[in-house]
Ligand binder design. Structure first.
Ligand SMILES: *[C@@H]1O[C@H](CO)[C@@H](O)[C@H](O)[C@H]1NC(C)=O
Length: 257
């Protein structure tokens, strides 16, 4: 009896020890194997998600140690999946949101860059957000009209047009880029929008957010009912306006205030 108890106790004790030891050993092992890598990945992922949540605002460059990570994300199937999910939510919303009057005043707003067209090819060649934006070279690139369409948004654009909504493109691009921007959009397969709003000289002194909310106000004054906006920047949604819903697409390369 006593021997049995003792044996049982010993067995229990040793298995606990093994438990502790092996648990300890696992943690140490993991740390040694992935420690630095995984904590940098965690750091960059939390930086990225907080950009999307609009907790991190107004950054001029992606933190140096995260440039590779952001590049990986923005060229990954995860970026595509995240964007497609946003589009699916728009389509779901459209299926029940709106009682359209069919009087030509139902409207939808799109951003242009990194919503309809991708600037990723530019950033691939220019440091992927790790360097301060060089407006001269960015505008020269925009002038070449070769930004590709974002597939998911392309589908949505046509879906919204087919539903009979008027499409307004409100972009922070300059008015001087109108002709290459129109060329680019058409080349990428977009057509049939009602108006492309670009930043005139006087708008360049305003924050993007103010400029965009003024443009929306202008539409509302004209009697348009804005059922939604889809954009990749928080500045596309903020400020006073009577928009039913907003949908944010991922973009962790740059921030337009
Ligand atoms: C910005 O780009 C232009 C055109 O590519 C170039 O001439 C200029 O040196 C660049 N400026 C900076 C600060 O890198």
């Amino acid at each position: 009896m006593q021997m049995g108890k003792l044996l049982g106790f010993l067995l229990l004790f040793s298995s606990l020890c093994i438990g502790f030891v092996s648990a300890d050993w696992n943690i140490l092992n993991q740390k040694r194997k992935n420690g630095v890598g995984s904590s940098l990945k965690n750091y960059c992922e939390s930086w990225r998600i907080n950009v999307e949540l609009n907790n991190i605002r107004g950054f001029e460059v992606v933190p140096e140690e995260c440039v590779e990570y952001i590049k990986k994300y923005m060229t990954s199937s995860q970026y595509k999946a995240d964007s497609e999910r946003a589009i699916e939510e728009v389509i779901l919303y459209l299926s029940h949101c709106c009682t359209m009057k069919g009087d030509g005043k139902d409207a939808w707003i799109f951003d242009v860059d990194d919503t309809l067209l991708s600037t990723v090819p530019y950033y691939k060649k220019h440091g992927f957000g790790g360097r301060k934006l060089n407006t001269t070279s960015m505008e020269a690139w925009m002038g070449e009209s070769k930004a590709p369409a974002l597939e998911h948004s392309f589908k949505l654009f046509h879906e919204i047009k087919d539903r009979g909504l008027k499409i307004f493109l409100i972009s922070s691009r300059k008015e001087t880029l109108r002709s290459p921007t129109v060329d680019n959009l058409i080349k990428a397969g977009y057509h049939g929008w009602t108006s492309l709003v670009l930043r005139g000289l006087e708008d360049e002194f305003m924050e993007v957010q103010t400029y965009k909310s003024k443009a929306r106000q202008h539409l509302t004054n004209q009697g348009y009912r804005i059922w939604g906006i889809i954009g990749d920047q928080w500045s596309s949604f903020e400020g006073p306006s009577s928009v039913k819903r907003t949908f944010k697409l991922p973009n962790s390369i740059y921030y337009l205030a």
